[in-house]
Design a protein around this ligand. Structure first.
Ligand SMILES: Cc1cc2nc3c(=O)[nH]c(=O)nc-3n(C[C@H](O)[C@H](O)[C@H](O)COP(=O)(O)O)c2cc1C
Length: 260
């Protein structure tokens, strides 16, 4: 069984590709599904600040008793550049059944700090093209029972995962700076598609609650590029290539750079 959390579709793309190759069923966050005896579990999720997203940590905890009969666990993590020690953190969360961990480099979607933006179109295309072979290789490794980490850790992994990640989770994940810009037409797509149901509509304007994963689906899916995060998103791009996988027909796939 593949258990997937995906904000903007990258991890869903990987999960669905693995499902096609391996013939595994897919369960999407926040589903809690009973595992069959000795069933292989593949966790598929994005890397957040060189660590496991808090929403995924809570999901792993919530799934624990449903997965008691399961067999080996694998992690297939998507990231824009590098994962630091995320695999090590995931192993600790899973315990003795953690078997293999992999990363797949996908387009970056993080735009909430200075210096962070979506990739140029040609970089996005190249990452998606390379991911196809990478996913096929990972599927083969899982089928043959690979144990260990095959991950892009990047430089300064210890500092990123042990010092920056805890600070990021404590101080940089607040949903408070989210707000609609003047371009908001009140269509409510952000509210309907939030995976945590954290956005309500009041007087045709979205309002963010406290239960936010910071997955940025609301920001990237807005067809009017009218979701902002303080001033940090000014002039930043949208990433839309995989949104149809998390939102079906509600998705507008045109790219819209720099109009917030
Ligand atoms: C809050 C946040 C933090 C992120 N931190 C990292 C990171 O530490 N390293 C990295 O390479 N990519 C990072 N990214 C980029 C995502 O991991 C990457 O784009 C991922 O493929 C998105 O997956 P999704 O579309 O399934 O949500 C971050 C994205 C978000 C939203």
């Amino acid at each position: 069984m593949i258990l997937v959390f995906s904000g903007t579709g990258n991890s869903m793309y990987v999960a669905q590709s693995l499902s096609r190759i391996l013939g595994e069923r897919v369960a999407t966050y926040p589903a809690i599904v009973q595992a069959n005896d000795n069933e292989r579990i593949i966790w598929c999720f994005p890397v957040y600040s060189w660590g496991v997203p808090p929403v995924v940590i809570r999901w792993i905890d919530a799934c624990r008793s449903a997965l008691t009969a399961s067999g080996d666990h694998y992690a297939v993590m998507t990231c824009g550049d590098d994962a630091g020690l995320t695999a090590r953190q995931w192993r600790r969360l899973i315990g003795a059944k953690a078997h293999g961990a992999f990363t797949v480099i996908m387009p970056n979607i993080y735009v909430l700090m200075r210096g962070f933006d979506t990739d140029p179109a040609e970089v996005e295309d190249a990452k998606i093209a390379a991911a196809e072979q990478r996913i096929a290789d990972i599927a083969r490794a899982i089928e043959t029972g690979f144990s260990g980490d095959d991950v892009t850790r990047g430089r300064f992994a210890f500092i990123k995962s042990k010092i920056i990640y805890p600070g990021f989770v404590s101080h940089a994940m607040s949903p408070k700076p989210f707000h609609p810009t003047e371009g908001c037409v009140g269509c409510g797509i952000c509210s309907r598609t939030c995976p945590l149901h954290n956005i309500s509509m009041k007087d045709h304007r979205p309002c963010w609650g406290d239960n936010c994963a910071q997955c940025l689906r609301c920001y990237h899916i807005c067809p009017h590029h009218a979701v902002a995060y303080g001033k940090a998103t000014r002039g930043k791009g949208r990433y839309t290539a995989m949104l149809h996988l998390v939102n079906g027909s509600e998705c507008d796939t045109k790219t819209n750079k720099g109009s917030v």
